[in-house]
Design a protein. Structure first.
Length: 363
């Protein structure tokens, strides 16, 4: 009986689809029940929780089409700002084992999109989201080391919450760097986990010059507020035997380069040093009939946005390829490698490419 009903509704949808062209029935469903739409993935904000003065956690209820994430993965979130849709990528901070069907993202109020999410979003708001992505995922049981800084703790929080929910906390050492103790995201929860699970050893390192809190178990021979071989050995003597997962600011991840077996999750692309003679040029967005002047260091995505050109994008760091456009003429430089691309018809990622002379893009 259920299959007959499903087939009937499918027929109805087909008929309505013919009448509704070029819109699909899902577009009309979206107006009444956004979470039931099939042409886009929506999420309703169920709660907004303040973590620190500059960080909030948004509890989201994903709609139709969502799939269960792996602890540590991220997703794209889109929000309308000034009449334009802007997208950024955020780690999922909740465990996939939640029983209420919700997920959570933890957002620091910095940058245009993050400020809009952290300051303006209220329960009941609908956001467009993407499916979970990424391979910075929870490691298998065994000796492990987490090194996090600032909001880079969010994917690791998802892993820790999952370990705790399943009652299988492995041997994990966790070194987290924060400006002050008050800036530690989910600090009380982390301390509670460490108290309940002896196999989870938490080390909170304060980095502010004028911080009033200091750890007693940090090395003093070198700056204890910065990651180094010496400071890490003082906290985790067996660090060389542990697989390491690190997430945080570029400065922290660069400092962690000495660690073998290192798995890294970055917020921004790792960029090559720009050549001293880097120059830009005149950029023409052919499809939009808009022109702009660009230097040789600013990503073309930013040039497009500043010129009022709507450019699809996602991660803004060269991973998701949502911003790929065709190079019609001219030359660009990949900011990650320094390589120049000047073959007409090439697909380029405008979030990590800058003008290297006059450029025309099919955008």
């Amino acid at each position: 009986m259920k299959s007959v009903a499903s087939a009937l509704w499918a027929r109805v949808a087909d008929v309505v689809g013919l009448v509704a062209t070029p819109l699909s029935p899902s577009h009309y469903v979206e107006l009444l029940r956004p979470l039931s739409a099939s042409h886009t993935l929506q999420a309703r904000v169920e709660a907004v929780t303040t973590e620190t003065p500059h960080v909030v956690t948004l509890t989201l209820r994903p709609g139709r089409g969502w799939r269960r994430h792996l602890p540590g993965q991220h997703l794209r979130v889109s929000i309308a700002i000034g009449g334009r849709i802007a997208t950024r990528t955020y780690s999922i901070s909740s465990s996939p084992d939640r029983t209420d069907g919700c997920i959570a993202i933890t957002v620091k109020a910095q940058g245009r999109v993050s400020n809009a999410l952290a300051r303006n979003v209220v329960p009941g708001t609908y956001l467009t989201i993407g499916l979970p992505e990424g391979d910075f995922v929870m490691p298998a049981d065994g000796p492990g080391l987490f090194i996090t800084g600032g909001s880079g703790i969010t994917p690791v929080i998802s892993m820790l919450r999952t370990y705790a929910a399943r009652g299988v906390m492995p041997d994990v050492a966790h070194v987290h760097f924060a400006r002050t103790m008050g800036d530690v995201i989910a600090g009380a929860e982390l301390r509670a986990l460490a108290a309940v699970h002896p196999t989870y050893r938490l080390h909170l390192v304060v980095t502010a010059q004028d911080a009033s809190h200091r750890l007693r178990d940090v090395a003093t021979a070198h700056d204890p507020r910065r990651l180094s071989r010496e400071s890490l050995a003082a906290l985790v003597p067996d660090w060389q035997t542990r697989a390491t997962w690190a997430c945080g600011p570029a400065s922290l991840l660069d400092a962690a380069a000495f660690i073998p077996s290192l798995h890294v999750e970055r917020f921004t692309a790792a960029l090559a040093a720009p050549p001293a003679h880097a120059t830009g040029g005149h950029v023409r967005f052919g499809s939009s009939r808009v022109s702009a002047i660009a230097d040789g260091r600013t990503p073309l995505l930013r040039i497009a946005e500043d010129a009022g050109v709507s450019a699809p994008h996602g991660c803004r760091m060269g991973i998701c390829h949502s911003c790929d456009v065709t190079l019609k003429a001219g030359c660009v430089r990949d900011l990650r490698t320094g390589n120049r691309i000047n073959e007409p018809g090439s697909r380029i990622q405008i979030c990590v490419c800058a003008a290297a002379g006059d450029v025309e893009l099919a955008l």
